[in-house]
Design a protein around this ligand. Structure first.
Ligand code: GDP
Length: 424
């Protein structure tokens, strides 16, 4: 059976922890989109890890971890991440990389930097991991698949074909040095050595695994609001963050995805630019940021402070709907224990009218939050295992959010550790 874990919001909802937990019951964990631009933070018996490329199943010796064709594969990042976790005492994981996955090329990273530099103040706040130039090339049919590393003659010819196009932009738009084909070729040969042990026909492997009844988990990165079609375009990421894309980015039939666990954080945070209706500022935001997550809300990849806000029912309802949610995991609830009163955004006021339906970007820019204020529970809820043992105001908060988003909250995460979880 295939399940997906995805985010309802802007990412950083705590998917890594929920995936790590559910990976325990899975035979296979697959990354199907995105690249090393975001990261999961996972705390387990081996320590604390920030994974950017590896699937979250790497900590279990019974799971096979797959990089699907939909991923922007940065081979040295993958290689270093494997070596890093092994050096921290994790048994060497079983990893497969799709022969159809495309590679982040060294120049994708440069183009990302140059473009953000060119845009200056109106930049996207990219993590400069090369993701946008990578996906642009993929869909412009200028990309390089992993399988090409194994035909050196064709690879060199492909490099020679794309270089003139890249060089025009490098020279005339960015005023930077042009590509050195020999150097690129040699770098790719290094990549080949790193990735060779893992390369596989992933969709075939998965077709057999499905036939054998294996438990398969699709692991999403970021969340609905960063989806290029359904998110806050153009302040989005460059690959689909929706569970539906799991079918494409892994190479499985869409009807095989039976369960979609959508992760919602009990308050909001976002990185990068773009509308964020329930955003808070100043001391109020600083305190939530400081207390948030596990050691503060700072980007797993860049370390930059995240933008903070109250729980947004409008965005989360939309986020869950587009994912096709079968159940919600409500995370980082313990962090709110310090508040006397907790505002929850229940509607957007746009040009004098209140809506609970998430609007398109131009309207979103004008939206003002409509809040309802709930009573806090003023205590530490970490360590609680049963729903009925949660303080009454805490249960009221969960049930209030559940009613407004319209999807069942079946898991509640009340701490960063694997077993800080309440199943309802
Ligand atoms: P992801 O990209 O969706 O996996 O999100 P992050 O890696 O940003 O995870 C959010 C942070 O919150 C990490 O530091 C986690 O260890 C931490 N975290 C996850 N769940 C909980 C929780 O229920 N409570 C607390 N306090 N921290 C959590």
């Amino acid at each position: 059976m295939v399940n997906a874990i995805v985010g309802a919001n802007w990412g950083d909802e705590g998917k890594g922890k929920i995936t790590d937990m559910l990976a325990r019951e899975s035979d296979i964990v697959i990354r199907f989109q995105g690249g090393a631009n975001a990261g999961h933070t996972i705390v387990n018996d081996y320590g604390k890890f920030a994974l950017h490329t590896l699937p979250s199943g790497v900590f279990y010796d019974h799971t096979t971890n797959i990089i699907g064709n939909g991923v922007a594969l940065n081979i040295p990042v993958l290689f270093n991440e494997i070596e890093q976790i092994v050096s921290q005492g994790v048994p060497r994981p079983k990893i497969l990389v799709s022969d159809r996955a495309q590679m982040v090329m060294p120049y994708h990273i440069l183009f990302d930097e140059y473009e953000e530099e060119r845009l200056g103040k109106s930049s996207f706040g990219s993590t400069k991991s090369g993701i946008a130039p990578f996906y642009s090339d993929k869909y412009a049919k200028l990309g390089f698949q992993v399988q090409e590393l194994f035909d050196e003659k064709a690879l060199r010819a492909h490099l020679e074909r794309i270089a003139p196009q890249k060089n025009v932009i490098l020279e005339h738009l960015y005023h930077k040095p042009s590509l050195d084909i020999d150097e690129l070729f040699n770098t790719l040969m290094e990549y080949k050595k790193m990735v060779e042990p893992y390369v596989c026909d992933v969709s075939l492997y998965l077709a057999n695994a499905i036939k054998e009844g294996k438990d398969i988990l699709l692991e999403g990165q970021l969340g609905t609001l960063k989806d290029p079609d359904h998110g806050i375009y153009p302040m989005v990421t460059s690959s689909s963050t929706l569970a539906a894309y799991g079918a494409i980015g892994a190479g499985i039939p869409p009807y095989e995805i039976k369960g979609i666990v959508t992760v919602c954080k009990a308050y909001s945070s976002a990185v990068g630019a773009g509308a964020f209706v329930s955003e808070i500022f100043g001391e109020e935001a600083d305190e939530l940021r400081r207390r948030g997550g596990d050691g503060g809300e700072y980007g797993a990849t860049t370390g930059r402070p995240r933008r903070m806000g109250w729980f947004d029912c409008v965005a989360s309802k939309y986020g869950c709907r587009l994912q096709g949610t079968t159940e919600v995991a409500f995370t980082v609830l313990d962090v709110l224990g310090y508040l006397d009163k907790i505002p929850v955004c229940v509607g957007y006021e746009i040009d004098g009218e209140v809506t609970t339906d998430f609007p398109v970007t131009t309207k979103l820019e004008k939206a003002k939050p409509v809040y309802e204020v709930l009573d806090g529970w003023k205590c530490d809820i970490r360590g609680i295992k049963n729903y009925s043992d949660l303080p009454e105001n805490c249960r009221k908060y969960i049930e209030f959010c559940e009613e407004h988003i319209g999807y069942p909250i079946k898991m509640i995460s009340n701490g960063p550790k694997r077993d800080d979880i309440i199943i309802r």
